[in-house]
Ligand binder design. Sequence first.
Ligand code: 1GP
Length: 242
Amino acid sequence: MSVYQTIIRNVSAGKKMLAALLDPDVFAGNRLSAMIEHLQHTPPDFVFVGGSTSSASMETLICALKNALTIPVALFPGNISQFVPSADALLNISLVSGRNAEYLIGQHIAVSMAIKRARIEVIPTAYMLIEGGRISTTEYVSNTRSIPSDRPGIAVATALAGEQLGMRVVYLEAGSGAKTPVSAEMIKAVRTQIGVPLIVGGGICTPQQLQNAFGAGADLVVVGNVLEKEPQMLEALKKMTV
Ligand code: 1GP
């Protein structure tokens, strides 16, 4: 079953999903081995691999994860240099909240033939940056502006446009390490208008925050920073999905 089919099946069954986001710059050597043990003991639904500025080998990390785990490993690349063919799927991210053509379509053109050759599963993703209390790395690197956190109407219209352009998931992103995660109000507003699965991430560190996102309508929540600081938190977070 493809990663997207798994997402759809879970959404239909009302099962909430958790993805652990690993940055290859952080997870290598002993730190990676320790993280793999946590992931084996408490497997989330997916592992996402990537980062806005990662320079370490994606290939090495993906191979290590795929050798050790049975859950799907998906690429969540910050830019085309992070594309590698060995993952189970690629979140093909178009930064639809911004007006930088490079991140809307430019990078995608540059890597399209490599994606075709890889025969990797592609999940077209409407990626939306939402203000998260500080300038996120993605916002800075992409030279775009986030959607103000108190303007759910802009987020709804943007998400709908992404869906109408054929994107298969919407991802509301407060930015890695956000001070404020995407609000329940904004998640709810987007959820009630779109038909595709809704991914939410950025600044979610506690079971309560995870529960808030799920309760507001997130289908899949991505956590990264918290696992870098407190990998043992995975267990408490995973409990919220069952
Ligand atoms: C970032 O949505 C992810 O792209 C996860 O954010 O690292 O803050 O959990 P955190």
